[in-house]
Design a protein around this ligand. Structure first.
Ligand code: GLP
Length: 257
């Protein structure tokens, strides 16, 4: 049974199982808006993928209705593909501009997205990753991190097997992730093989985390994340050790809870 706030209490974990994608997106937007309202300056951790699109739509609507002001918000995105420039329609830079940043009043220089370097520039890439991590700390750390989840339990692009001590770095995408993300590209061979991703440690440093999941294909990953043992073979399972995480899922994704 859900309590009066809509939370299911699974061994003290905060889980909201909502009727559908729209309800999931609205609940997430409410948390983001309240976080921004209650702080003078908010540092948000942003996610991409299809899951947070509804959340971003609700944030844009909230902004247009005068319910939220992004002028004192700083953002750090979780990840970016390697090898796609910011103008590429499948880059996460483009995604964020199209779906949120160009539609609200966030300051251009408050937006941070890992730089998708070319496949060969590992040296610049390492330096940039360290700078990204430093900038998060210098901004005061992430107040609220938004997460989606891969079918294999990945968060950001932290694939199964990733060390829980990882920070922002270049990562190789798992074959299953390349297959899952092929739907956004003309051909599977066009999906980048590498990405820059904040690490598990970077994510766990956030003060509060909301993880969103929708659809039956996420049910297994959500079950293992919320109720399974904590293992780096299911990267999201580490969230069980975070003091302030809320899992917001629709009925299908929450089917096995
Ligand atoms: C990508 C992203 C993740 C995202 C995941 C799920 O690989 N790097 O941050 O959570 O896919 O995507 P979707 O929401 O489209 O299912």
């Amino acid at each position: 049974m859900a309590d009066s706030n809509g939370y299911y209490d699974l061994d003290l974990k905060r889980v909201m199982v909502l009727d559908n994608y729209e309800e999931m997106s609205k609940a997430a937007a409410e948390i983001v808006i309240n976080t921004i309202k209650n702080k003078e300056r908010t540092v948000l951790g942003m996610a991409t993928g299809s899951t947070p699109l509804g959340l971003y739509g609700n944030l844009v609507q909230g902004y247009k209705q005068g319910k939220v002001d992004f002028s004192n918000t700083v953002s750090f995105n979780l990840d970016e593909y390697v090898g796609l420039d910011s103008g590429h329609s499948q880059s996460y830079n483009y995604y964020m501009r199209e779906n949120l940043f160009s539609l609200v009043n966030i300051e251009h220089d408050h937006v941070n997205i890992p730089h998708g370097f070319s496949e060969n520039s590992d040296k610049d890439c390492n330096e940039d990753c360290i700078n990204y991590e430093t900038k998060i700390q210098q901004s005061g750390g992430i107040d609220l991190q938004i997460l989606g989840i891969g079918n294999n339990g990945h968060i950001g692009f932290n694939e199964p097997g990733t060390s829980f001590d990882s920070i922002t770095r270049k990562v190789k995408l798992a074959d299953e992730t390349i297959k899952a993300n092929a739907r956004f590209f003309d051909d599977e061979s066009d999906v980048p093989k590498y990405a820059i991703s904040m690490g598990i440690k970077s994510i766990m440093r956030a003060r509060k985390i909301i993880l969103l999941a929708s659809g039956i294909e996420k049910a297994h990953a959500i079950e293992k994340t919320v109720k399974g043992s904590i293992t780096n073979m299911v990267p999201a399972s580490i969230l069980q050790l975070h003091p302030e995480v809320i899992y917001i899922v629709d009925k299908d994704a929450g089917k096995n809870l």
